[in-house]
Ligand binder design. Structure first.
Ligand SMILES: NC(=O)c1ccc[n+]([C@@H]2O[C@H](COP(=O)([O-])OP(=O)(O)OC[C@H]3O[C@@H](n4cnc5c(N)ncnc54)[C@H](O)[C@@H]3O)[C@@H](O)[C@H]2O)c1
Ligand SMILES: [Zn+2]
Length: 348
């Protein structure tokens, strides 16, 4: 089973959990803490508990993006103090991206940083959030406003956790897999195009591995997002605006769903700027439309989306910037486009 090595830590994919047990006995943290929410407590903790005989304290949180907050961090820091955590203690984040981002932030700030292990349990966190060292919480309605970069001691990906994941959550994570294929790997894209999410356990393992390798390679070349890492924003300039816009509607979209819509619109923009062919654009659209149930946008939606996009942190000097595919498996970044063409893409 694959091990992916980065400069400072390893990412283990579908290794025997007994090896994690051995790792913990070797590291000998003075105290081990495992952060869960009610869903990962129910579905993932029993699998963890069965394999690990190192003693640990459970730190419980409540699921949901609204709990990715400083309030929850306060609670977690309190529990660490109450349980006499010290510099040689360790935290395992057993959950999706919410627990990974927040638990990592709690660990990285406690006593100026104690080691933590990312044990992602959703597809989105396995292929995206657990890799790349971005940690943090939401603040005053802004996503990930408070946070930092800090690498974990280890990332432990166990794809069988995906079996209990809600279908919609699985598809949401799949949006990032599609993105990784499109921006960096034609072979991954070709496989996805044929099979979608109808995969055996071994095939999931391979898709997750390929996807993680792509993200790891990009992050290694540009850890702080000064250049190349921006290609990971393909689908996200439009996608983030769509996600925010539908957030307070009666049909909020999951992140990967909004990104799927973003990838459709941005593929149109790549076609219009002569970066991909019409056949490539149609292939991308037909796969995404067959997987996701996406909203169509009326003129009034488009006006509001353009207003939202004007506030995007990726903009520079008032210009809206995009990562646009350049062929399948390649991507340009910092492409500035004017409102007229963006509007055309949104109504496409
Ligand atoms: N750090 C990064 O680079 C990065 C990248 C992408 C996204 N993110 C962050 O990730 C978060 C989204 O992550 P997510 O999509 O994993 O959502 P999530 O963490 O909210 O998990 C989704 C739901 O699935 C449940 N769940 C988790 N694992 C399960 C399992 N195995 N079986 C059954 N239920 C399970 C959770 O309790 C939750 O209700 C966002 O806050 C986003 O900002 C971070
Ligand atoms: Zn994303």
């Amino acid at each position: 089973m694959p091990t992916i090595r980065t400069e400072t830590y390893k990412i283990e994919i579908d290794q025997e959990l007994s090896k994690l047990n051995t790792y913990l006995h070797k590291q000998k943290p003075t105290k081990l803490f495992v952060i869960v929410d009610e869903n990962t407590k129910q579905h993932c903790l029993p699998i963890f508990h069965e394999a690990i005989d190192y003693g640990y304290e459970l730190l419980e949180t409540v699921s949901g993006e609204t709990n990715k907050s400083l309030d929850t961090c306060l609670n977690l820091w309190n529990q660490l103090v109450y349980n006499k955590a010290d510099r040689d203690s360790m935290i395992i984040n057993l959950g999706g991206g919410v627990i990974g981002d927040m638990g990592g932030f709690v660990a990285a700030t406690f006593m100026r940083g104690i080691p933590f292990i990312q044990m992602p349990t959703t597809l989105l966190s396995q292929v995206d959030a657990s890799v790349g060292g971005k940690l943090g919480v939401d603040f005053r309605g802004y996503k990930n406003l408070i946070g930092m970069f800090q690498n974990p001691a280890l990332v432990w990906i166990h794809t069988p956790f995906l079996k209990t994941l809600d279908e919609r959550e699985l598809l949401s994570g799949f949006g990032e897999v599609v993105k990784h294929g499109l921006i960096q790997s034609k072979p991954l894209w070709e496989r996805i195009k044929l099979k979608g999410t109808d995969l055996t356990t071994e095939q999931w393992s391979r898709v997750v591995t390929d996807s993680v390798k792509i993200k790891t390679k990009i992050v290694a070349e540009d850890p702080k997002e000064k250049g190349l890492r921006k290609i990971l924003n393909f689908g996200h300039t439009i996608g983030h605006a769509v996600e925010s816009y539908f957030l307070n509607s009666d049909k909020p979209l999951l992140h990967g769903e909004a990104i799927a819509k973003g990838m459709i619109v941005e593929s149109y923009l790549a076609f219009k700027t002569k970066r991909i062919s019409i056949i490539e654009m149609e292939e991308i659209n037909s796969l995404l439309e067959s997987i996701y149930n996406l909203p169509t946008l009326a003129d009034k939606d488009i006006d509001e989306l353009l207003t939202l996009m004007a506030m995007d942190k990726k903009n520079k000097g008032g210009q809206k910037l995009f990562a646009l595919l350049n062929g399948i498996g390649g991507c340009d970044y910092d492409v500035a486009l004017d409102n007229a063409i963006i509007r055309e893409g949104l109504s496409f």
